[in-house]
Design a protein around this ligand. Sequence first.
Ligand code: CTP
Length: 397
Amino acid sequence: MSSLAGRRIVLGVTGGIAAYKAVEVCRRLVDAGAHVVPILTEGGARMVGKTTFSALASEPVRTSLFDDPETPIPHTKMGQSADLILVCPATARVLSDMRTGRSADLLTATILASRAPVMVCPAMHTEMWEQPSVQDNLAVLAARGVLVVAPESGRLAGGDMGHGRLAEPSTVVAAVEAALGGGELAGQKVLVTAGGTREPIDAVRYIGNRSSGRQGNAVAAEAASRGADVVLVTTRPASAPVGVRVVSVETAAEMATVCEREAPDAALVVMAAAVADFRPADAAESKLKKADGTPEVVLVPTTDILAALGAAKPAGQTLVGFAAETDDLVANAAQKLARKNLDLIVANDVSKAHVGFEHSTNEVVLLLADGTRHDVPLSDKREIARAVLDAALGHLS
Ligand code: CTP
């Protein structure tokens, strides 16, 4: 059952173009069993129709402190009974009002009249998003415990490209699920690694790989949305989903140290990172100069983190590895599964189009230690993450 079943969520929609996406967020929350109480600010009501929200949410939409003679003080009732207040999208204006505690309208009055957790999903043009005033307001709110679903990069209103686009509805809903907890992984620690390691050659150069960290990020977000306490060890730190603690690393050795520390009490470990198998034996402290001639880079093996975790696997822990292959996908992955003492291996043929590194999609074969196999067709990496967790948690065997 979803952690949202029966939970009361006040959905505050403010006046950004992205308000149209809040319609989808509303529908998904209701589908997941939440009771959604919609509030449109004046600006929000200019962007999307009141009727749309009244039809999709669990109650008719409210827009003002004074529009319902039956309920003279709606903000206290809504604020006190909420399990969570979600502001989606959150404009620069509402962030500023929230910071100063200004009761400017029904939404900000409701936030003030509530002890429920508040989550904001900022969305605005890049110039606005990058204003020190906006960033400062957000930092203050975050420090006070307001949950922030960070905006993404992409197409903005008016055809511009840049940072500030509202997070995808699925990301917002996952953040709400994570914040309200109670999912099947509630109270359990999940360790996920992501991104490609960088092994220094000198002060400015490194040996790396094409891993974008997206698949690992998706696994972390999915685990968090199922209620887990997630530790994401990554070389590509991005804005962390709610419920995810990010530990930033660069090299295989740094990743090994953090994994050694964090793995023993984890119920589930997912090694999605592309860890370098070799590193330069001696990284030069300064930048190598052309004038000094062509350098000879001697490589030495790194620690196989996954194999070490497999050798030391505590009873009850589920260990998941990845295998990026170009030939003999299943045979190679099955060997790794056995050799590294894994419960599940996620094999992808990275020679195929739209698969693996640098893509937002993936196509994988899941091999379980009990010999079962599941093929997951080309899908969004979040969809793959769902299948990986389902398999790891025994839902697919
Ligand atoms: N891995 C790891 N530490 C390493 C290398 C890999 O933890 N030093 C993990 C990866 O995170 C992945 C799995 O091991 O989950 C498979 O990595 P891969 O490089 O494909 O396997 P290898 O054991 O290096 O085998 P091969 O070189 O034959 O492909």
